[in-house]
Design a protein around this ligand. Structure first.
Ligand SMILES: [Zn+2]
Length: 941
């Protein structure tokens, strides 16, 4: 699944919070060491024949029950009388259990209400080499409060009629909520599914179907046998959706399905799907049609994850599949392409070859993250997703992975909480970053050939990381790729996979020698033990072919430090880690940094490419955060940003400045000084994008425009705010919407600086009247930008009001928008939380909402007083089971405040003593005029 996304716009960060939170639902909080969570491996299922019978009443509020009948063929590895499988205690009522032709007495089977393990004692001994048949008749209970398992969802048609649908989300452990099965990825089987439903609905599952029978108002469809597959990839959707047929992908029919009213927004997904699958067919040399004979993609109105790679039946949030070329932004156009690539990548990495257990989730999600960007890059190279990968995936995860409690890529996971934790950013982004590093170590062609071998060898099986490294080793052996002397890839990769964190390399130049030492880079705490095999590439000012070669020129071994002879006699500068292909940070001695600073001031940055400029900026800010370098030095080096207009470099720079601003508070004296300083630095960038230049075909320009304008407006640039207001009022008074890519910026800043509550009311009415998902997710965060306390309180109350018009998947985004919108929103959101926590818990999808809210909120606290109030609330109002999460949140907030205390004087000295930033000159009147002219005389957008 794609569980969260790290992206360029604030609204996406809100989605991240929601998706992550939605996925931690139904987490049991017991610490239960003695509990057996995993199934024994002696029972081996080979085939399921499953009948699902959906009555009319289940597609209404009337009933949540459906009929189920399952026949499972299995063998046993040893003589036994015990069969263990999963069957949800809450969602499956067992009516009759039969082995072979013998009924099992009710006293001989039971379900554990914590682990959902169904233990059956067979009336006779089961012996190896015989295929047995386990038949279970059951009544299933649909989920209505959580978007997992087999669940009921609904949407409101334009004529006001509510329509119901049933859909599934099984990953990682919820297939057991729909039917009894051995619900671990390891137990692959063939599935033959029959679905009976009322005639006015239709059913989709993983394979093509044929009509099998009709009876009084119902139809039964039989779905073809699936390939050998894991239970979590099974899916069914019973709905009144319609589909649009696309072009076949080779011999594979391809279609996009959704509620019928959204049928005009299927075009982009219809267009982009086939070339993405073809690209993966070509990359893997394992055609999709060898495992599946159709591909359906369905947009679900209420969906907890972002998307789910069910084999042959991929499910999505609407906003990640449906795109309106006039109304939806370039950002969502890209997200649809990349999330499609992510899910398609899973067909090979996840579905065909599957992680053995969720301890190795990164084998699925790391590869999917890699293909999310690089398959899309192959099809749409002008979007520069190879570079976006650095600033979206690699740099952000280096921040997460520097935390003391970071999980290693591979780590034990037994309880549902532990399993869900494996669907965090480490598995996705660190997994993806590490695979990219291995690609550059081996060379792209060798890496690709190695992966082809891997798929060929392990098709329809599950794997451990060693299986991957051993297969790739064969490619290394057949090539000129170099590993450290006398090592194998298994040894080289061990610490990258089994230890948390990553190294900081410290580089010192002594004459013609470079000395490099390594230590684990941690934001707090120390680790003097963990060391890695680190591939080293570098460029000097003398190299003709700057930064292009990413093969390791040297290896650092887990020995403490190493000295290399490198020809640097005539070089003025030396930079490590070409294209940021290695997963680590780099620090230089004073002289080294001075040389880099001087080079960056030269024309064309003296040949230092934009990805490495972004790397330098990202490393600098994080080194300073850890006190490895002084902020004053950082600011002197990043002074080159006055000449910089690269989206990638600025992306890294804004992340660094945003961290500082979130710590010191945007509206504090220091925050204001930093804002002024950043606005000065970005003057060229701001001029480069402007409000009135629109070229929606230039993807990177569009992203840069949104990034620069949203930052400038937030930091208080008056021309930016004035333009936002003009666009907003043209929309409100004349019905002309702002350019589609700028809507987020315009809505938010117009409301932020509005004193007329009818502005907010106008946008709220727009929210209620639109059914386009991409517009909904643009408006939600903007409504939280208001600084009117009454409006914010009303907005928060709407998020816990039944039938307020806010969809259940969006409720948490409302809360997040309020405390992210403005510093004053923190207080409003906090007060709302303390007064309504029980209701929030109930309404925000009844998921693990409270700890998530508290975490998010505490992360933006800047005063001791806020922390004390949170402690008070925890003591008085918080249910005990949330205590551990709340305690962590308080620790984080305290650490943040201690951080500010440590750095405050230093920052203060820089901004008020050393530098005297002046306000940027502004030509406000002219600017607004230009905006007005463009708005009225050209539908240029
Ligand atoms: Zn995924």
């Amino acid at each position: 699944a794609i569980v969260f996304l790290e992206n360029r716009m604030a609204q996406n960060r809100l989605i991240i919070g929601l998706l992550l939170a939605a996925c931690i639902s139904n987490v049991q909080l017991q610490t239960t060491d003695e509990i057996e969570w995993r199934l024994p491996t002696i029972i081996r299922p080979s085939r399921y024949r499953l009948h699902i019978d959906v009555p009319e009443a289940a597609l209404s509020p009337e009933s949540n029950e459906y009929g189920g009948h399952s026949v499972m063929l299995f063998t046993t590895l040893e003589p036994t009388t015990t069969i263990k499988l999963h069957s949800s205690y809450d969602h499956i009522r067992l009516n009759l259990v039969t082995i072979g032709n013998t009924d099992v007495n009710e006293t001989n089977y039971s379900v554990n209400n914590i682990t959902d393990i169904l233990t059956i004692t067979s009336p006779f001994q089961l012996n190896p080499n015989i295929t047995y048949q386990l038949v279970i008749n059951f009544t299933g209970i649909l989920s209505t409060t959580e978007m997992t398992g087999f669940y009921k969802s609904s949407y409101v048609r334009e004529d006001g009629v509510t329509r119901y649908l049933l859909t599934t989300q099984f990953q990682p452990t919820s297939a057991r909520r729909a039917f009894p099965c051995l619900d671990e990825p390891f137990f692959k089987a063939i599935f033959e599914i029959f679905i009976t439903h009322p005639v006015e609905y239709n059913a989709l599952s993983n394979t093509p179907s044929t009509l099998n029978g009709t009876a009084s108002g119902t139809e039964t469809y039989q779905f073809d046998d699936t390939a050998l597959m894991s239970t979590y990839l099974i899916a069914f959707v019973i709905s009144d959706f319609t589909c649009t047929q696309g072009e076949d992908i080779g011999t594979v029919p391809y279609q996009i399905c959704s509620r019928d009213e959204a049928n005009s927004t299927r075009e982009w997904a219809l267009e982009i799907g086939p070339p993405l699958v073809e690209s993966l067919n070509d990359y893997t040399q394992f055609d999709y049609n060898r495992s599946k004979s159709k591909l359906d993609q369905v947009a679900i109105p209420d969906f907890a994850a972002g998307a789910m790679e069910n084999w042959g039946l991929v499910t999505y949030r609407e906003v990640f599949l449906l795109w309106d070329s006039d109304e939806s932004s370039n950002n969502y156009k890209q997200l649809i392409a990349t999330i499609n690539s992510h899910e398609f990548g899973h067909f090979w990495f996840g579905n065909l070859v599957t992680c053995n257990w969720w301890s190795e989730t990164f084998l699925n999600e790391g590869f999917a993250t890699y293909f999310e960007y690089f398959t899309t890059h192959d099809v749409l190279p002008s979007w520069e997703l190879d570079k976006q990968y650095i600033v979206d995936i690699v740099q952000p995860i280096l921040i997460t992975d520097a935390l003391e409690n970071a999980l290693p890529l591979q780590s034990e996971a037994n309880t549902p909480t532990e399993v869900m934790a494996k669907f965090g950013r480490i598995s996705y982004s660190k997994g993806g970053a590490i695979f990219r590093m291995v690609e550059h170590v081996m060379g792209s062609t060798n890496f690709k050939n190695g992966l082809r071998d891997y798929l060929d060898e392990f098709q329809y099986q599950t794997t451990l990381p060693e299986d991957l490294w051993r297969t790739l080793q064969r490619s290394v052996d057949n090539s000129t790729a170099k590993l450290p002397a006398n090592t194998t890839l298994v040894e080289v990769m061990h610490n990258w996979v089994n230890s948390p964190g990553f190294p900081l390399l410290t580089v010192a130049v002594h004459g013609t020698h470079i000395e490099i030492s390594q230590e684990r880079f941690l934001i707090s705490g120390n680790d003097t033990i963990t060391r890695w095999y680190v591939p080293i590439s570098y460029t000097t000012s003398e190299d003709a072919n700057k930064f292009n070669s990413t093969a390791p020129q040297q290896w650092l071994t887990p020995a403490a430090s190493a000295s290399f002879h490198i020809e640097v006699t005539n070089a003025t500068w030396f930079i490590l880690n070409n294209q940021q292909s290695g997963y680590f940070r780099v620090n230089y001695d004073n002289n080294g940094w001075n040389n880099i600073r001087d080079a960056l001031q030269k024309p064309e940055f003296d040949g230092i490419v934009e990805v490495n400029r972004a790397q330098i900026v990202d490393d600098l800010f994080n080194l300073a955060r850890r006190d490895k370098i002084e902020y004053a030095r950082v600011f002197s080096i990043v002074q080159f940003l006055v000449n910089e207009t690269s989206y990638f470099t600025w992306n890294s720079a804004f992340r660094g400045f945003n961290f500082l601003l979130s710590r010191v508070g945007l509206e504090s004296q220091l925050g204001q000084a930093i804002s002024g300083y950043v606005l000065n630095l970005m003057e060229n960038l701001y001029t480069n994008v402007s409000f009135v230049r629109h070229n929606t075909d230039d993807q990177i320009h569009t992203f840069k425009q949104v990034l620069a304008l949203s930052t400038a407006c937030r930091l208080g640039k008056s021309a930016c705010i004035a333009s936002s207001k003009v666009f907003f009022h043209v929309y409100k008074d004349f019905g002309l919407r702002p350019p589609k890519n700028l809507r987020g910026v315009v809505y938010c800043n117009a409301l932020r600086h509005s004193t007329d509550s009818s502005d907010w009311e106008f946008l709220w009415q727009e929210y209620l009247s639109t059914t386009l998902a991409s517009e909904l997710v643009t408006i939600i965060p903007a409504l939280g930008c208001s600084r009117d306390r009454t409006l914010l309180e009303r907005y928060l109350n709407l998020s816990i009001t039944e039938n307020s018009g806010i969809r259940s998947q969006d409720r948490l985004s409302v809360f997040n928008s309020v405390f992210n919108g403005n510093p004053m929103g923190i207080e409003v959101a906090f007060e709302f939380l303390t007064n309504n926590h029980a209701r929030i818990n109930e309404m925000y999808l009844s998921m693990n909402a409270l700890p998530n809210l508290i975490n998010g909120l505490a992360a933006v606290f800047t005063t001791e007083e806020e922390i004390e109030r949170l402690e008070e609330f925890i003591e008085e109002g918080l249910p005990a089971e949330y205590l551990p999460a709340a305690t962590t949140a308080i620790e984080t907030a305290r650490a943040n405040i201690a951080w500010v205390e440590h750095f405050h004087q230093h920052l203060f000295d820089f901004f008020f003593v050393v530098s005297t930033p002046g306000a940027a000159p502004e030509t406000l009147g002219l600017h607004v005029c230009v905006v007005l002219l463009v708005v009225f005389f050209g539908q240029l957008f």
